[in-house]
Design a protein around this ligand. Sequence first.
Ligand SMILES: Cc1cc2nc3c(=O)[nH]c(=O)nc-3n(C[C@H](O)[C@H](O)[C@H](O)COP(=O)(O)OP(=O)(O)OC[C@H]3O[C@@H](n4cnc5c(N)ncnc54)[C@H](O)[C@@H]3O)c2cc1C
Length: 502
Amino acid sequence: MLLDARRFSGGTTLDTDVCIVGAGPAGLVLAAELAGRCDLILLESGGDHDEPDAQALNDGDLIGHEYAGLGATRHRQVGGTSNIWNTPVDGAAGAKYVPLDALDFHRGTARPFGNWPFGLTELHGDYVRAQQLCGLGSFSYDAAAWVQAGRAPWADTGALVSRVYQLGTRHALSAPLCTAVERATDVRLCTHATVIALRRDAARRRVTRLSVATPGGAPWDVRASRVVLAAGAVENARLLLLTDDGAGCAGNDSGWLGRGFMEHPRDSAIVLRPRTSELYATAGFYDLHHSASDTWILGRLALDDSVLHAGGVPNASATLLARPRAPLATVRAAMPARGRRWLPAGGHGWSRRAHAARWFDGFTVLLNVEHLPHPDNRVTLGRRRDALGVPVPVLEWRWRPDDQRGLDRLRALVAAELGRVGRVTVEDARRPDPNAHHHAGTTRMHDDPALGVVDRDARVHGMDNLYVAGASIFPTAGFANPVLTIVALTVRLARHLLGESA
Ligand SMILES: Cc1cc2nc3c(=O)[nH]c(=O)nc-3n(C[C@H](O)[C@H](O)[C@H](O)COP(=O)(O)OP(=O)(O)OC[C@H]3O[C@@H](n4cnc5c(N)ncnc54)[C@H](O)[C@@H]3O)c2cc1C
């Protein structure tokens, strides 16, 4: 059921079993998984379309290295940040999906702050369910499952192996979820409902009320048996930081609250040029293409487990972006009509046909790089306040010398391995672009309250009825685009809230 909080009278108190804060992918999936099984309220700061006043609430300040900003990388509206996805899939806006690697969950003592409380095996069933919820194909990301005529991967080099991304549209994810939520009689999705404070009981173990602000109206309250923050990695931390009543914030005995912020820097330094034009013809697996089983696939090069085990390099994924010899519009105009449909779409595509070398100068090797959690990369509360009187978030983010050293080793390794298929140059030694818009890590998961903010069930340490959903709970984030893992973890949380066993 969809309710616009602008129609509520001030002073209202709504009671429910579960209250979810935020209707992005995490909040919608949780609501849809719980619908019909408990009474719940889903509070969404935005409306059902893009509204400037709602987006203004995403404003925040930056300290440190250049970053696109907190406004540009998030979105307030039912569907959350997925409303601004920018990967073209089948003519619509979509996203790339990929799970974390087994070694992202556990890499022993090689990395500081590096391990999850459970492994890929434990999340496998939830990833399978996530594939369905995201409108994807089978839970299969090795190249072998996706080989078809004319699109075979290159031979593994030892250090580099071929795998895939799956792609799906925003609509495929959010439309069924919105329909399920709107139809459910035990779900109240309240739009224009921004949570501005979590009130705790005297023992500071339970959230007793959520204070909610609605533009043009008086504040109102929700009372819930259980509360789940699903407001995105910056806002989840901000809401917990706001619980500070002089005796500390909820979940922050470790001091990690807000810390360990991670992105997925993108590096474009490596260029692969063909020794012969054969390279274009054999590279079709790495183009965006439709599989025989109707799934959109993008081939990629991944690090073999032996490389990750050895340590010294961050996890990473390499995709190939064709380098047009002239501006795309010029190439498009000069190409025969038949060839135009192979032109780069969203960067991933190229002419595999004859004369490709006439139009393209090899490939930029785009590395999506793991960013290790560092306590000083963090979200804090600023002095400025937003239109609702709440302190704005401040993101302090730096690309550190050890990050750069890891990237330099990674570039050297990938360049050496790709030297087997073509001529490789490393053309740009600058810092990578930090803007994949994948926020993670600010309420990290750890069994030990001294090392994390939430436990393995995503319950805030020290709290009996407060949970967190979304990438903020990732202790590490690999290179993988986060939504598939967000959805899998949210399915897991739904099972926990329903009291089902894993
Ligand atoms: C341009 C772009 C492209 C991307 N591409 C990909 C991709 O290809 N693959 C991928 O996996 N990921 C991608 N991402 C990242 C992905 O969109 C996010 O990781 C994902 O949306 C996070 O889901 P979420 O539900 O946790 O948070 P969000 O989607 O941010 O949703 C949070 C919701 O909470 C609401 N909210 C916030 N604060 C409050 C409050 N106080 N009270 C009530 N409601 C609140 C917000 O309005 C919002 O609707 C991309 C992001 C961007 C910006």
